[in-house]
Design a protein around this ligand. Structure first.
Ligand code: F6P
Length: 521
């Protein structure tokens, strides 16, 4: 099998990219661009008309997708094929949004949903009581990475304005994070959710242990933890050994990857924060995008088109920065969520056969909320020397009680930025001129609600899948992270004992520095 850059289609695209004029004038001259390059599905409009593509380029990219057998790879994803080839398992997050049928997995998903629903009802109605007989008013959610980012993003985006339940997320092992969260919390009315698929992630276990000690310090009764500690995990034994009652453990199947897990029992916190009905609508929105992705022709398939324009930018225009700019405060965690989704999935440099790749894979993903970002890093975007592409995410209509005028200003700012990024600004004064030429995608949610948010996140999950398929890499493993996790315990040991150091000079020097600090402290 050829490496990606050696196929005829790849070479044809490279040639087109080389001959492409650096100016954006040819794109701007095309009056029909908006009609040709904007697409809609499941409550989302995807406008690619400010990308540096033409009909011909898009056609070539679609042929590339066919050449890479994308249709069969999509079918393998949905039908439970071994798409996570290095870990020898399927990646079936789509079943979590479509648990129909008699398949054992679907049955398990339905039973998990029922458990989530009754847990939410019990807590919200006050039927669930703490050890001293009081109802629950506070949840502390402890988890990291895929066991935090999606849940926190959605909980924040959909949270009820009038809920009685306070929710706090703890992720960082920095003791100050947990300490400041616990300040002012009433142990009698608090539930801790320990969200860890492996139940062995050091940050989560350290924080959970510290939280349990804090709790026991207040109750002086080991039996009191029963109604205050829940776990979401694939590792029942470790959760039980930690002291969590078996009936308070919610399962996560091994075929659900961490960064694809918010749809599973890992979404308990979403259902607690925004209501079980909203959690169901979130799943329905994701399913709607799944159906669109699985059945639409590539020419109008949003995840495929988003993936292909990303590939055009990264692989042919050599743009290695991709920005996520939601113009909606409720989506402020979207850049962090997509950073993990894209970079942990497709930050790879060997193909599925283990061969070194000779092409770029995932770009650096970063971003922030507009318009705040405009007052920070957009200066570099508009006049700096780095190349980039961007997704701007806008919300079409809002139920906000505030003035329509304010919303229109928000939209106007977003559109002004995309125009300036592509068109630039001519000025006699070079300090004021902007070169332009930066292509962007504009995504518009018809409204920001549970359905459209589910649809948006599913759109990005499938975009990442398509890119992985075209690059011929496995988006579902993360051995780099696992390797990093294995190094830390040896260094931890040497920080705390006096043994002879065996690392590079820099690491040895820093360990010695901390050892001295310990002795003096
Ligand atoms: O951050 C790396 C990672 O391995 C992610 O893939 C995963 O989502 C996260 O750690 C948390 O893992 P766990 O749920 O097992 O604690």
């Amino acid at each position: 099998m050829n490496h990606s850059s050696q196929t005829s289609r790849w070479r044809a695209l490279s040639k087109i990219a080389t001959n492409l004029a650096s100016s954006s004038k040819q794109f701007l001259a095309d009056e029909d661009r908006y009609d040709q390059f904007s697409f809609e599905a499941s409550g989302i409009l995807l406008d690619l008309s400010k990308q540096k593509i033409t009909r011909e380029i898009l056609q070539e990219l679609l042929s590339l997708a066919n050449e890479k057998d994308l249709a069969n790879k999509i079918e393998a994803l949905f039908s439970g094929g071994n798409v996570n080839i290095t870990e020898n398992r399927p990646a079936l997050h789509t079943i979590l949004r479509n648990p129909d049928g008699d398949d054992e997995r679907a049955k398990q998903v339905r039973s998990d949903l029922q458990r989530i629903e009754s847990c939410v009802t019990d807590i919200n109605t006050g039927r669930w009581r703490g050890y001293s007989g009081k109802s629950i008013t506070q949840i502390v959610h402890i988890g990291i990475g895929g066991s935090h980012l999606g849940q926190a993003l959605v909980t924040e985006a959909l949270k009820k304005k009038s809920g009685n339940l306070q929710i706090a997320f703890v992720t960082n092992m920095d003791p100050e994070d947990l300490e400041s969260t616990l300040l002012g919390i009433d142990a009698e009315r608090t539930i801790f959710i320990i969200a860890s698929k492996s139940f062995s992630t050091i940050e989560t276990i350290e924080n959970a242990t510290a939280a349990k000690n804090w709790f026991l310090g207040r109750t002086n009764d080991p039996g009191a933890t029963t109604n205050h500690f829940l776990a979401i995990s694939n590792n029942y034994d470790a959760a039980v050994a930690f002291g969590i009652d078996r009936k308070n453990i919610f399962p996560v199947a091994d075929w659900v990857g961490g960064r694809y897990s918010l749809w599973s029992a890992m979404g308990l916190i979403i259902a607690l924060g925004s209501g079980f009905d909203n959690f169901k609508r979130l799943l329905a929105g994701a399913k709607s995008m799944d159906d669109h992705f699985r059945s639409s022709p590539f020419e109008s398939n949003l995840p495929v088109l988003l993936a292909l324009t990303g590939i055009w930018n990264s692989n042919f225009l050599n743009i290695n920065n991709h920005l996520i700019l939601p113009y909606a405060e409720r989506l402020k965690m979207l850049p962090a969520f997509l950073q993990q989704l894209e970079m942990e999935s497709n930050g790879k440099s060997v193909d599925t056969y283990g061969r070194k790749l000779d092409i770029n894979t995932a770009p650096l993903i970063w971003g922030g909320t507009g318009t705040d970002s405009q007052h920070s890093f957009h200066q570099l975007l508009l006049q700096g020397t780095q190349s980039f592409s961007a997704d701007l995410i806008l919300v079409g209509s809002s139920k906000s009680r505030f003035r329509q005028e304010q919303r229109n200003w928000l939209l106007a700012n977003a559109l002004a930025q995309t125009r300036a990024m592509l068109v630039g600004h001519d000025d006699e004064d070079p300090h004021k001129a902007m070169q332009g030429g930066h292509g962007t995608n504009t995504l518009v949610l018809e409204e920001l609600n549970a359905f459209t948010l589910g649809s948006l996140l599913s759109l990005y999950e499938h975009k990442v899948f398509c890119q992985g398929a075209i690059w011929n890499i496995n988006p579902f493993d993360q051995y780099g992270i696992e390797q990093g996790k294995q190094l830390a315990p040896s260094i931890y040991k040497q920080l705390t004992d006096g043994s002879e150091l065996q690392w590079d000079a820099s690491t040895n020097g820093l360990i010695n520095q901390f050892r001295k600090g310990e002795q003096n402290g």
